[in-house]
Ligand binder design. Structure first.
Ligand code: GLY
Length: 288
């Protein structure tokens, strides 16, 4: 557990069996994403603003498994899942299996903030997207063309946890899902308490095999451990121990609390991660 000053942001680019030559690329893009998110704080943005900006960067960079860089499903279609969570209000917005948009995290935020609902899937999520664009909530961005995806075996999701100067926490997750997924398959990333969770105390976002992350509600468990008085690093490790014991699978998670402490844990080969906090001056980055 590392104590930081506020505001702060912690970002990951997916846990998995990264090819060695892809790890520096992952590191480069999570560092850029952390800067994109932290830059919003410098303009008085909130935790939600920073988390959205950071995730939009990762979705738009085309180098990570989200947004433009997302894997295609077995039909050759990019089906995206994403979520944003507001720890202050315990609200979330999610989209699942949504196609032809570049930044599903912004649509998830629109759903959370501007509708009476929390979760939309498939074609009907695109109708909400059109509503979002026509209302001017966000500008339309090209969905991009599908390119053969670089190999990032198992490196499956991007996400971040941001804490603003008031101690409000936001968490995100965004993904194209697992390799060779069947059309319509949805993983953990848009599921509250599985792919991400945040409340007024702590936030967490996860990456890994979604079916297994949902079985143990990985991010909810990690935050619950903190609520029970366990320190942040031990909480991340305990949640990962539970995950590995129950599922025998690979995953990772990053966490941050209202005071800017943060932690991470993974049992995968690599999970490019980057942190920026007010008093850090420079970015801190980790491959695992
Ligand atoms: N963790 C992303 C997925 O399983 O879809």
């Amino acid at each position: 557990m590392r104590a930081m000053s506020l505001p702060m942001i912690i970002v990951h680019g997916g846990a998995g069996n990264w090819k060695d030559e892809r790890i520096p690329v992952g590191m480069e893009y999570v560092e850029k994403a952390a800067r994109a998110g932290f830059g919003v704080f410098e303009k008085e943005g909130s935790a939600l603003d920073a988390a959205e900006a950071c995730t939009v960067f990762m979705e738009s960079c085309g180098q990570l498994n989200a947004g433009l860089g997302a894997r295609a499903n077995l039909d050759g279609v990019r089906e995206l899942d994403a979520m944003i969570v507001d720890g202050e209000t315990l609200s979330f917005g999610s989209v699942a299996a949504v196609c032809d948009i570049q930044n599903p995290v912004s649509l998830a935020r629109y759903i959370m903030e501007k509708t009476d609902y929390a979760f939309f899937a498939g074609n009907n999520a695109n109708r909400i997207y059109q509503q979002m664009i026509s209302e001017g909530y966000r500008e339309e961005r090209e969905p991009g063309v599908i390119k053969p995806h670089f190999e990032v075996f198992g490196a499956d999701t991007v996400g971040c946890v941001a804490v603003d100067s008031k101690g409000n926490i936001a968490a995100t997750s965004s993904t194209g899902g697992i390799s060779k997924k069947l059309p319509g398959r949805v993983g953990d990333s848009p599921v509250m308490g599985a792919g991400a969770f945040a409340n007024e105390i702590c936030g967490a976002t996860a990456t890994g095999w979604g079916e297994n992350i949902m079985r143990v509600t990985l991010t909810r468990m990690a935050v619950l451990y903190v609520e029970q008085g366990i320190d942040l690093q031990k909480a991340a490790e305990k949640a990962m121990d539970l995950f590995e014991t129950k599922t025998g699978s690979e995953a990772g998670l990053v966490m941050a609390d209202k005071d800017g402490r943060w932690s991470k844990a993974t049992n995968a080969k690599a999970m490019p991660t980057s942190v920026i906090a007010e008093d850090l001056g420079n970015i801190s980055s980790y491959t695992k």
